[in-house]
Design a protein around this ligand. Structure first.
Ligand code: SF4
Length: 305
């Protein structure tokens, strides 16, 4: 048992049978999650919905019991070496934050990146954890061999919204400092403004503050997505909203009355505004050290050398 802030967290060291999960209905085919559960405990976390479906707690107990897949890097090495593995893109952190505090002690994400680097396998990381800076050099090595990218989730730089909706994460500006360090190492790092919360972080002035901060940090790109509320996430998020911003509850109930996603007409303006502001402020890949993965011919000559 450990404490994260005031929350008692149990770490369960349980080996896994497989490292890579085949994913359906997502923009990527394979995911890798060194941990299950996340002590960041964001009120809007979409993983709560997966937990509900798996018959595990998705309410305030979510993030208080973390599974640690101690053998994941060994499994990954075996799976990447299979003849059937075609070197596909792997996303790390789609169902947990791979740089949550446990990573400081267990170093499982780092071990997996070493395996991916050794196999010259492309991958992407999604995180809210500045701890990733520890692995900047390793990520640069991996990026010199294959397509590697990092997305920092930064939906807001407003202290109140951040503290209230992401009780366990590091401050957004600390994440942006981590982004800056990775870009300085030549690693392609971008900002994902997700999820934007209607009435809390989707106003043009809020969007612009994030975009300006991302530009100052040297973000190579920026994109946005609005909150979605599947069963499991929905109940907990609305319960927290009723406690923290009760005046917004009727509006959310109306916006999400027909399903998990906002109607297009309500989601489009904020996304378009993010694209417009990103252009206005010149958010683009400005890395001075640009790592270029070797072309296929070069890879073959390296292999035969
Ligand atoms: S950091 Fe990501 S995985 Fe962790 S609780 Fe927040 S949204 Fe969920």
């Amino acid at each position: 048992m450990f404490y994260h802030g005031r929350v008692r967290v149990e770490y369960r060291e349980e080996p896994c049978k497989v490292a890579l999960n085949h994913v359906k209905g997502m923009p990527f085919g394979w995911s890798l999650n060194p941990y299950m559960g996340c002590v960041h405990r964001c009120t809007f976390c979409y993983v709560r919905a997966f937990e509900r479906r798996a018959d595990r707690p998705s309410d305030h107990r979510y993030g208080t019991s973390i599974r640690v897949k101690l053998n994941i890097a060994d499994r990954l090495r075996v799976e990447l070496a299979r003849a059937s593995w075609a070197g596909e893109h792997v996303v790390i952190g789609a169902a947990t934050d791979p740089y949550q505090p446990a990573e400081g002690r267990y170093r499982l994400t780092r071990a997996c990146i070493e395996v991916l680097r050794d196999a010259s396998n492309p991958f992407a990381i999604i995180t809210r954890g500045p701890l990733i800076v520890r692995d900047a050099e390793l990520l640069a090595e991996a990026a010199a061999r294959a397509d590697v990218s990092v997305t920092f989730s930064v939906p807001t730089v407003d202290d109140e919204v951040w503290r209230t909706t992401e009780p366990g994460t590091a401050p957004p500006r600390q994440r942006l400092r981590a982004l800056k360090a990775l870009v300085a190492h030549g690693v392609r790092a971008s900002v994902g403004m997700a999820p934007l919360l209607p009435g809390l972080s989707d106003q043009p002035s809020s969007l612009e503050r994030v975009i300006v901060a991302a530009r100052e940090a040297g973000a190579c790109g920026i994109w946005a997505n609005l909150l979605y509320l599947r069963p499991g996430t929905r109940e907990y998020f609305l319960e927290c909203l009723a406690r923290d911003w009760p005046e917004l509850l009727p509006g959310y109930e109306r916006l999400y009355a027909r399903g998990a996603y906002l109607p297009q007409a309500d989601a489009r303006p904020a996304k378009e505004e993010v694209r417009r502001l990103a252009k206005v402020h010149g958010v683009r890949d400005r890395r001075t050290v640009k790592l270029r993965p070797p072309e296929r011919d070069e890879q073959l000559s390296l292999l035969s050398a």
